[in-house]
Design a protein around this ligand. Structure first.
Ligand SMILES: [Fe+2]
Ligand SMILES: [Fe+2]
Length: 223
C-alpha cells in the first residue's frame, strides 16, 4: 500500500477546502444576486462578477486578485467592525507583499491568523449577545475559514512550501468583500434593530423580547 506524501495529501486537502469555500461563495453569490435584483445593495453588483468567476473555478489562475483596496462599499458603519475590517485588509496586503520568502511571510501570516481569530470572535460575541444560535451559518463560515488558515500554517511550517499560502491569499481576497457585504452587513443591521451597544453589551429589551433565535446569517437573502 502506497502512502501519499504529506505535501500531496495536503494539496488534496487544500483543494477540497477550496471547493467547499467555493460552494459557500456560490450560495453567497446567489443570495447577493437576489438582493441586488431587489435593489437592496447596489454595491453588491460590483463584487458579483468577481465572486461568480471565483466560485466557478477556485483554482483558476485567471482569477489573480492578490490585493484588496478599501472602498466605501466595504464600510458597514459599525465602528468596531469597520476598524477590524480595515486592519484585516492591511494585513492581507502585507501578506501579499511578503510571499516571496518564507521568513518574511510566516510572521505576517501568523499576525493575520491571530487577528482573524480575534475578528471572528468579536463578531460571534456580538451574535451571542443579540440572539444568534451558536451554530448559525455566519459562525460556520468563520470556522471554515479559520480551519483552512490553520491547516495552511501547519503545512507551511512543516514543508517550507508557500504555494498553499499564495492560493489561500487569493481565496481570502475574493471571499472577504462578499462576506462583509452579506453576513457582516446583516449582523450590523440586526445589531441596530435590537438596539445593541457593543461598548456596554446592552440591548433594547423590547426588541429582543420579540426576537427568535437566529440560525441563518440574519439576512433574508441568506436563508
Ligand atoms: Fe468581519
Ligand atoms: Fe463575519
Amino acid at each position: 500500500m502506497t502512502r501519499q506524501r504529506p505535501a500531496t495529501a495536503f494539496a488534496v486537502l487544500v483543494k477540497s477546502s477550496a471547493e467547499r469555500l467555493a460552494a459557500a461563495l456560490q450560495s453567497l453569490f446567489d443570495a447577493a444576486q437576489r438582493a441586488a435584483n431587489r435593489g437592496d445593495s447596489p454595491a453588491l453588483n460590483q463584487q458579483n462578477s468577481r465572486i461568480k468567476q471565483y466560485a466557478a473555478d477556485p483554482m483558476s489562475t485567471s482569477c489573480t486578485l492578490s490585493s484588496l483596496t478599501w472602498t466605501d462599499a466595504l464600510t458597514l458603519n459599525q465602528p468596531q467592525i469597520d476598524q477590524t475590517h480595515q486592519e484585516f485588509v492591511v494585513l492581507l496586503n502585507q501578506l501579499g507583499n511578503s510571499l516571496h520568502h518564507l521568513d518574511s511571510a510566516l510572521p505576517i501570516y501568523q499576525r493575520l491568523l491571530t487577528h482573524t481569530e480575534q475578528h471572528f470572535a468579536m463578531e460571534e460575541g456580538f451574535m451571542a449577545a443579540t440572539g444568534f444560535a451558536p451554530d448559525n451559518c455566519h459562525s460556520k463560515q468563520h470556522a471554515m475559514v479559520l480551519d483552512v488558515m490553520r491547516q495552511v500554517l501547519v503545512h507551511t511550517h512543516a514543508e517550507h512550501d508557500l504555494e498553499p499560502m499564495r492560493n489561500l491569499l487569493l481565496e481570502l481576497v475574493n471571499w472577504f468583500p462578499a462576506h462583509a457585504e452579506m453576513m457582516d452587513a446583516a449582523l450590523v443591521f440586526h445589531m441596530e434593530q435590537v438596539g445593541f451597544d457593543p461598548a456596554t453589551g446592552a440591548v433594547s429589551k423590547a426588541a429582543m423580547a420579540d426576537a427568535e433565535t437566529i440560525s441563518s446569517c440574519g439576512s433574508k437573502a441568506c436563508s
